[in-house]
Write a protein that binds this ligand. Structure first.
Ligand SMILES: N[C@@H](CCC(=O)N[C@@H](CS)C(=O)NCC(=O)O)C(=O)O
Length: 198
């Protein structure tokens, strides 16, 4: 199965880690979303990565949806099936994904908008979502057990990406997340190869 991805994408890193954990091979297609290539748009009309092409040729997109599909394929190796475990996993995954959703818009603001069109209050609002989300994650991170779930991969993708884009800005405020992130490669050694990088 082909996965449209970019090496720096936290959402793509999350899916790649999840697939690795499930022993599911993916054919990687490096993708520049800015160029909106036709094969990406036919897999995902929204033009976003990650996008996966399933064996029937149809696209599947949004990292949470792809991970849910990988979970089904793997006999639930990614998402706990008991209600308490499911709620913890999904709350943390949604929080991690939402943090990136806010912060990435501020990256795009700089990348795609000319200086004179930037609106700082809007940037601050988006980063406010990200910092509030990180504060909540700091409180929730102890709820993640040793067995990797989609929540682990979402948080690892997020923090790996923050290391690239906001290095030095998050660690001091979030010592528990910092410790969790430093230890994650011990539970999941493939993180070294699959983490976001640019
Ligand atoms: N909710 C989506 C978000 C995906 C997303 O925003 N991906 C970024 C790259 S990290 C992207 O494709 N951006 C290009 C665009 O927004 O046009 C997911 O979880 O997969």
């Amino acid at each position: 199965m082909r996965l449209f991805y970019a090496s720096a994408s936290p959402f793509a890193a999350k899916v790649r880690m999840a697939a690795h954990h499930c022993d599911i091979d993916l054919e990687l297609v490096p993708t520049d979303t800015g160029a909106e290539p036709a094969d990406l748009l036919s897999a995902n009309p929204l033009g976003k990565i990650p996008a996966l092409v399933l064996p029937d040729g149809k696209g599947l997109y949004d990292s949470a949806v792809i991970c849910d599909w990988l979970d089904r394929q793997s006999g639930h190796r990614l998402v706990p099936q008991d209600e308490a475990g499911w709620l913890t996993c999904k709350r943390i995954e949604a929080t991690a994904d939402g943090i990136v959703d806010g912060a990435i818009l501020t990256v795009y603001e700089v990348r795609y908008r000319p200086d004179e069109k930037r609106h700082q209050p809007w940037v601050d609002r988006q980063m406010g979502k990200a910092w509030r989300g990180l504060a909540i994650l700091e409180d929730m991170i102890d709820d993640l057990g040793p067995r990797p779930t989609t929540a682990h991969f979402a948080v690892a993708g997020l923090l790996g990406w923050f290391e690239l884009r906001f290095k030095g800005e998050w660690q001091e405020r979030h010592p528990k997340l910092q410790a969790w992130f430093a230890d994650f490669p011990n539970t999941f050694p493939a993180f070294h190869d699959l983490q976001p990088f640019s």
